[in-house]
Design a protein around this ligand. Sequence first.
Ligand SMILES: C[S@@+](CC[C@H](N)C(=O)[O-])C[C@H]1O[C@@H](n2cnc3c(N)ncnc32)[C@H](O)[C@@H]1O
Length: 300
Amino acid sequence: MAPDAAHIPVMPQQALELLNLSPGATAVDGTLGMGGHASLMARALGADGHLIGIDRDDASLRQAERKLGPLKLKIDLLKGRFSTLDTILAGLKVSAIDGILLDLGISSFQLDDPGRGFAFKSEGPLDMRMDTQSQGPTAADLVNGLKEAQLEKIISEFGEERFARRIAAAIVMHRAGAKITTTQSLADIILRSLPRGYTRGRIHPATRTFQALRIAVNGELDELASGLDVCFRMLRKGGRLCVIAFHSLEDRLVKNKFKSWASAEEGLILTKRPLTASDEECASNPRSRSAKMRAVERLK
Ligand SMILES: C[S@@+](CC[C@H](N)C(=O)[O-])C[C@H]1O[C@@H](n2cnc3c(N)ncnc32)[C@H](O)[C@@H]1O
């Protein structure tokens, strides 16, 4: 594990402004990570507030506990998925929430730990599960077990990778000789399967395929689709949901959900267009470059 890996919260001021938390309110950080946003939310809630933090990753939860533990307000930090927020809140006997934040994807803490298998830049097992206790498939299971057409579909849809067919074919050809078990071996196979010019692009050629596999391993889009509904339903009237997305598939889902609530007159969209990070923030925190923030208020 990378013990002191830092994660800088993305667009913190904009998130706080959109959440508009009052002292004494109850708020949920559904993607707690290292507790960066949560500690700012805690400050806004004040000593009489109640902060509920959720993460599906045990290691992140422990990091957040270290950071938030000393704060003087009511805090519940729990392992779970935000799509099960209703059950989590029932367990806490909390019925309505004033503000919910979802900062999607993984944190630098997870990315920078080679043992988690999220990064193609360092050697590690091809795992990519956010919840390492889950029975779910690892990236290695998908890469070695799926049919070529299924692999191509995942890489094309979740990675928006135009060379998905070539990459899937290269993976299948390689695994016929030996299982693909590490991040670097997969990154090499991807690199060798691509036309030369493509490898000179701005992002590393393995970026999209790794993103696609991570999304598939963690069922991220299904989780987001059902999670948005559950979170919105748990807001009190006037409560707000703020979501930070990092790729177009996520952002499209968020935009369409918000639109459907607005047209049913259940929600008021607070961000006509998604907010993005300033040039200064992008320069100091490269992760913020692809962030898109949207917020909605519950009307009924
Ligand atoms: C981008 S990080 C959040 C960073 C956090 N805002 C901070 O400032 O430290 C996303 C976190 O959400 C967690 N996560 C992703 N999807 C989740 C889900 N469906 N339910 C609960 N946690 C999730 C990941 O494990 C990761 O720790």
